[in-house]
Each structure stands twice: as C-alpha cells, then as structure tokens.
Design a protein around this ligand. Structure first.
Ligand code: FES
Length: 248
C-alpha cells in the first residue's frame, strides 16, 4: 500500500506544533500501525531527519502506553489499542491523520507523546489497598461472591491508556477513575478504604484539570477494554454514599 501520512510534529512542550506530510510506500496490510510508523522512522533516519516520537511498550494491548488519535478517533477505526490496530483497516492511497491525545490534562511532550502522569497521581490518591498483603493467601480464605468478582475484574481490565479522556468532548477522566474505584470498592479487601478512596481519587481527578462529565458516552465507545458507561454512574453513587458517611 502507498499512504499519505499527516503527522503531528512538535519539538517540545513549549514550541507550537503542526502537521507534517510524509509519503510512505510498501506498507503491508499485515503490519501493525506501530510497525508502519517504525518504517516511517527508519526512512526519516536514513534521510537524516528527526524520527517521530510516539509512546509504546508491550505492543500486545496490555500496558496502555500506545496513544494516538488516528483520523480523529482515539486508537483509530477499530475498538482496540493502537498497537493492536493493523494496516488492513486502511486501503491503498489513504491519507491518515495521526495526532497525540488532545486534552489539557495531557500536555504534549514531543510529537505524539503526551504526559499522562495525571493518571498516576489519581491512582496515588487512593487506587490501592494499604493493608500489608504478604504472600498470596489461600484462595477460599476470603469468600467473594462470583458476581462481585466478575464486576471487579471487568473494571480491573482498564489499562490506563487515556483513550477515554482523548475521546471525551469535555476531556473528562471519569471512566478511568470509576474503573479504578469500582474495581477495588466492590471487593472485601478494598472495603475498609471504600469511602476515602472515592473521595480522594475524585478530588485528585478534579485537581488535575480534567473536564466535567456530561455522560456523552464517547469514553466507553473508545475504550479498548470495554469499560462500561455504567461504571461512571456506579462511582457517582459511591461518591454520594461516601460524602454522607465521611465528614471532612
Ligand atoms: S503498547 Fe502496550 S497497550 Fe499498546
């Protein structure tokens, strides 16, 4: 395939960016999207030009590092991570726009790389269990109803990629935060910090400058792990319950 790539290039956080156009030939439909960018970078390096900076790590849809807006969609046209998107989703002669996540809480560091440390600080505010857990306990020592275990696992699937924020017209981080809150709050191990967790994580989310949620649902549509929209309403219930129980 022969493609025209229009890629966001930005030297650093303090320099304005712009789209740059590259023609790329010999792209196989079996390549992943990131392998296609690898080919582009090899060509740029051979020409003595600066390669395009982009985030990636596992390239297996697990780590959440890859983060591109492709033709206006977070992670592109398929409901998957950018690293699991393949070039068979495009056709010969296509023009593809490639941009970084667009959200004020995710400032661009360089080219297609953004700073997602705001997510880390939301997790640091309460996305953990403080009890020393030691080695793995006997599986039946703490009974967990099957429905609760499934609910926790469904939310634990969030990989923190930030597609929900990039897709949201408000730049809200409610789907990410609610996934992390619900995953722990439903389990007996997470119960002692149930109230402080949701209050602290929501406060930190607001402090990071994420937008307000208006339940447009774009987040759940873009989420490569299928975190459901009701996760947000569940967290809102948790938050209301916590405000009644904890006086601050
Ligand atoms: S590189 Fe790890 S999820 Fe895409």
């Amino acid at each position: 395939m022969k493609l025209t790539l229009r890629v966001w290039r930005q030297k650093n956080a303090d320099t304005p960016g712009a789209m740059a156009t590259y023609e790329l030939d010999g792209v196989s439909q079996d390549m992943s999207f990131l392998e296609m960018l690898d080919i582009l970078n090899e060509e740029l390096i051979v020409k003595g030009e600066e390669p395009v900076a982009f985030d990636h790590d596992c390239r297996e849809g697990i780590c959440g590092a890859c983060s591109l807006v492709i033709n206006g969609d977070a992670h592109g046209p398929e409901r998957t991570t950018t690293c699991q998107l393949h070039m068979r989703s495009f056709k010969d002669g296509d023009t593809i726009d490639i941009e970084p996540w667009r959200a004020s809480a995710f400032p661009v560091i360089k080219d297609l790389v953004v700073d997602r440390s705001a997510f880390d600080r939301v997790i640091q505010a309460g996305g953990y269990i403080t009890a020393p857990t030691g080695s793995a306990p006997e599986a039946h020592a703490t009974p967990v109803p099957k429905a609760d275990a499934d609910y926790a696992f469904e939310h634990a699937e969030c990989i923190g990629c930030g597609a929900c924020v990039a897709a949201c017209p408000n730049g809200a981080a409610m789907l990410f935060t609610s996934a992390k809150v619900n995953h722990l709050n439903v389990l007996p191990q997470g119960s002692p910090e149930r109230e402080t967790r949701v209050l602290d994580m929501v406060s930190q989310m607001d402090a990071e400058g994420f937008g307000g949620c208006t339940l447009t649902g774009e987040c759940a549509t873009a989420c490569p792990k299928g975190i459901p929209l009701f996760s947000i309403t569940s967290m809102n219930k948790e938050w209301l319950r916590a405000t009644r129980k904890v006086k601050r």
